[in-house]
Design a protein around this ligand. Structure first.
Ligand code: GSH
Length: 257
């Protein structure tokens, strides 16, 4: 329960810890865990004193089950760049009420930042994470490289969309519609496969946003549309996926079958 005294303590936290601007790094914001409600007091000079209280850093919180490729690619990016985060595995389709607490259109992922700001949409979130990791960018800074990464990431994103359509609605639509989705998936995978050949942009290390998106796309497709055997058509991409199968960004975010 937040009583009045506690609210006052919280209102003073910026002064206690020295609040910095929003662009400050993650370690600039802290949460105080109060062990009991007598754990703080103000001394005669107005300075706050803590007893039985622990200050800890609040990591970012990712909202969204890893069944969602959009949420999973964000989680994989966070892990790949060593950014600590908490995870709330909300299912955007089944948990409308919870998802809508973070995103007015009730989709996952959302990312709650350490100062309480909430980001939505995996593309926008990846863009923000890219700002946090200038020495290992998720989206390269150079204009041409940046365009390539964004294009390949958009292709991977398109594969997510049509894989989801095919798996959720493939049996309910006309065969021509389902056939179009399959062709879009295959077209996207072929383009990614070309980019995954030796020396191709998806081979850059550390993996960028496009490569992370592509690996998640292949695994998502295999899980949601197991009948669609695409791997023989995309040998370079299949090799990239196999190479990173046990790497933490993917091993730690793989949803149970
Ligand atoms: N553009 C969004 C798409 C997110 C999205 O479609 N998420 C799905 C889960 S895979 C969702 O929450 N859907 C709930 C709904 O559409 O009702 C992003 O990139 O984050």
């Amino acid at each position: 329960m937040l009583n009045v005294a506690m609210a006052e303590v919280i209102s003073r936290l910026p002064r206690i810890f020295g609040a910095r601007s929003k662009s400050a790094s993650m370690s600039d914001f802290f949460m105080i865990d109060f062990i009991d409600d007598r754990s703080y007091s103000f001394n005669p000079t107005g300075r706050l004193e803590f007893r039985n209280a622990v200050a800890r850093r609040v990591p970012m919180k990712l909202i969204g089950t890893y069944l969602s490729p959009y949420a999973r690619r964000v989680a994989a990016a966070l892990i790949s760049r060593g950014l600590p985060f908490e995870h709330e595995a909300v299912n955007g389709y089944r948990e409308f009420e919870i998802a809508s607490r973070y995103n007015p259109v009730a989709k996952v992922p959302s990312l709650v930042l350490d100062d309480g700001e909430i980001l939505i949409d995996s593309t926008a979130i990846l863009d923000y994470l890219n700002e946090l990791t200038p020495s290992a960018p998720l989206i390269p800074a150079g204009s041409r490289a940046r365009r390539t990464t964004l294009k390949l990431a958009a292709i991977g994103y398109g594969v997510y969309e049509q894989a989801a359509n095919l798996s959720f609605r493939g049996r309910d639509v006309a065969a021509t519609e389902a056939g179009r989705w399959k062709a879009q998936i295959l077209g996207g995978l072929r383009a990614l496969d070309e980019a995954a050949r030796d020396g191709g942009p998806l081979r850059a290390t550390p993996l960028d946003a496009a490569a992370i998106t592509a690996i998640v796309a292949v695994e998502y497709l295999a899980r949601t549309n197991p009948d669609l055997e695409t791997l023989p058509a995309i040998p370079a991409l299949a090799e990239l996926v196999a190479e990173y199968r046990d790497a933490p960004p993917f091993a730690l975010t793989r949803a149970a079958a």
